[in-house]
Ligand binder design. Structure first.
Ligand code: NDP
Ligand code: GDP
Length: 341
């Protein structure tokens, strides 16, 4: 019989790639999206799968809604990807972030417990939970130290998944995923903000862009590979938690430098602190500026993941590393802009 998967947050980056992956595996894919005044299906459209996903209105703020939808669909697997996922916004909307990103997980788990506790459940946890890191690199045993309302909310969801596994025998896995990016990444995240701005600069659509802390380091992988890891976790005999990462980290500054080198521009840096700027080495034009509005009240200085458990038990390994990822993202944004011309 055809397996049914339900994905909350299907309109997001991972929701789109996971839908594509599961469709290829022969699943019937049901995607939960929240009602907005205008539809937001551009990612599913870009992957050409909009007509293959059964879209259903689901808000993880509403338990009754979740129960009715799960009851109607009868999924074998549920992937909870819905979240207020942007760290910077979580400082401005900490309560809403908690409602969606933390308590939302309880609502989904309660709906599972009520409708069918045999469902396999994936929770999208985050490396942000390691925050002010207690050891380098971070693995599944590393103590957590969340540094934002988003990270604290994700930690709640992570522990709830473990609690429901231990209390009610629910097959729940928490994937502790390090940052993963792609041409489908939201424009507010640094990688896509940079790839988009660099492509626009190349086409003369803007002169420069502004960023915050360029010294933060992240372990950036390719989203398309990470969604496969989610599915692999649910194939294991026992539900467990896994780190997915590349075990390489790079600074925001390096990301910016590589993005410019993908369009043949070499940058040099001038000044320091908020007066630092990135200049085109050839023309001397300022291409990157610092704007303190992008600094965060609490910063995660560096993240570096150890994915050995996923490699040993799931056979999962990242293939696309930093340089290639930056190039894929810049190329895709260049193509988008040239197509729109
Ligand atoms: P996105 O921000 O792209 O997607 C989040 C999704 O959640 C969107 O579809 C959004 O809908 C939906 N959503 C938000 N609020 C609600 C709500 N109240 N009810 C229903 N749906 C809602 O995130 P990603 O795809 O990048 O990430 C997927 C998950 O993985 C998220 O939980 C994220 O926090 C987590 N994660 C991501 C990492 C990454 O590097 N990408 C790293 C580690 C964890 P809408 O389109 O309407 O906004
Ligand atoms: P996060 O790791 O989930 O917070 O992913 P982001 O892509 O939002 O941020 C990654 C890092 O880039 C953080 O340390 C930010 O402080 C840093 N950063 C520097 N400038 C910017 C900016 O302009 N936008 C964003 N989103 N992040 C920035």
């Amino acid at each position: 019989m055809t397996k049914k998967a339900f994905i909350t947050g299907v309109t997001g980056q991972d929701g789109a790639y996971l839908s594509e992956f599961l469709l290829k595996k022969g699943y019937a894919v049901f995607g939960g999206y929240r009602r907005t005044s205008s539809p937001n299906f551009w990612r599913l459209e870009e992957l050409n799968i909009l007509d293959q996903v059964e879209l259903m209105e689901v808000d993880i703020l509403d338990t009754g809604n979740l129960i009715r939808v799960f009851d109607k669909v009868g999924p074998d697997e549920i992937y909870n990807l819905a979240a207020q996922s942007y760290v910077a916004v979580s400082f401005e909307k900490p309560v809403l972030t908690g409602e969606i990103t933390a308590i939302g997980v309880t609502r989904v788990l309660e709906a599972i417990r009520i409708v069918n506790p045999k469902v396999k459940f994936y929770q999208a946890s985050s490396s942000e939970m390691f925050g002010k890191v207690r050891e380098i690199p971070q693995n599944e045993m590393t103590p957590f130290y969340p540094r934002s309302p988003y990270a604290a909310a994700k930690l709640y969801g992570h522990w709830l998944t473990i609690d429901y596994r231990e209390s009610y025998n629910i097959f729940g896995c928490s994937g502790i995923l390090f940052n993963h990016e792609s041409p489908l990444r939201g424009i507010e995240f640094i990688t896509r903000k940079v790839s988009n701005a660099v492509a626009r600069i190349k086409y003369g659509k803007q002169d420069y862009f502004e960023v915050g802390n360029m010294d933060a380091k992240r372990d950036w992988g390719y989203a398309k590979e990470y969604v496969e890891g989610m599915w692999m976790m649910l194939r294991q005999p026992e539900p467990k938690d896994y780190v997915l990462a590349t075990n390489e980290n790079h600074s925001v500054r390096e990301f910016i430098e590589h993005a410019f080198s993908a369009i043949g521009v070499s940058l040099h840096w001038k000044g320091s602190g908020v007066n630092e700027a990135g200049l085109d080495s050839k023309t001397g034009k300022t291409l990157v500026k610092i704007n303190p509005k992008f600094f965060r009240p609490g910063e995660v200085d560096q993240l570096l993941g150890d994915y050995s458990k996923a490699k040993n038990e799931l056979g999962w390994e990242p293939k696309i590393k930093f340089r290639e990822l930056v190039e894929i993202m810049v190329q895709q944004d260049l193509e988008r802009i040239s197509r729109a011309k």
